[in-house]
Write a protein that binds this ligand. Structure first.
Ligand code: MG
Length: 175
């Protein structure tokens, strides 16, 4: 039987899961701040935190995070089947499904989110870099891309909101 779980519950589970895996909302907000500050000098870390929280309330994002982290955890416990176990565990460069899941989740936030995601994927900053360096314990093959995805969506939300504001100012000034 189909049972619907309330979005608030799923959000709570998602945030808890991220924290369990060593990623806080604040650390994602810090990436958003760094990405958006050049375009918005009045931006505060609170704005970024609010934006990350809003992104984490979205089903598409929650589902991507739940699936990705589950696979990381299973790989950590060596519970995946071969050859997937070795591929995920060793974060093989040609795998690409981790990036694809992250990319899928940013699509609803438009082209700014896609561009920001691509940038974060290449120039890993903040907590993403920490997750990507393989020296740390644990498997984070999916997690680094998921964090980049949430940060890119939150950055895009801020950019769109700011553009709305700028358009409003231009509108009002022309009246
Ligand atoms: Mg990855």
């Amino acid at each position: 039987m189909y049972t619907r779980i309330h979005s608030r519950e799923v959000k709570k589970a998602t945030v808890n899961l991220l924290e369990e895996r060593g990623v806080s909302v604040k650390e994602i907000a810090e990436i958003v701040y760094e990405m958006q500050l050049p375009y918005n000098h009045n931006l505060t870390i609170e704005d970024c935190t609010e934006s990350v929280e809003a992104v984490l309330a979205k089903r598409e994002i929650q589902h991507a995070i739940l699936v990705g982290i589950e696979l990381d955890r299973l790989a950590e416990k060596k519970l995946l089947s071969e050859p997937l176990q070795t591929i995920v565990e060793s974060d093989e460069g040609l795998f690409g499904i981790d990036e694809t899941i992250g990319l899928g989740a940013v699509l609803t936030y438009g082209s700014i989110a896609v561009t920001t995601y691509g940038h974060l994927d290449k120039r890993k900053i903040g907590i993403i870099k920490k997750l990507d360096t393989k020296s740390g314990a644990g498997v984070h093959t999916f997690l680094d891309d998921l964090v980049a995805s949430v940060a890119a969506c939150a950055a895009s939300r801020i950019a769109h909101k700011q553009r709305d504001l700028e358009e409003l100012v231009v509108d009002l000034e022309s009246k």
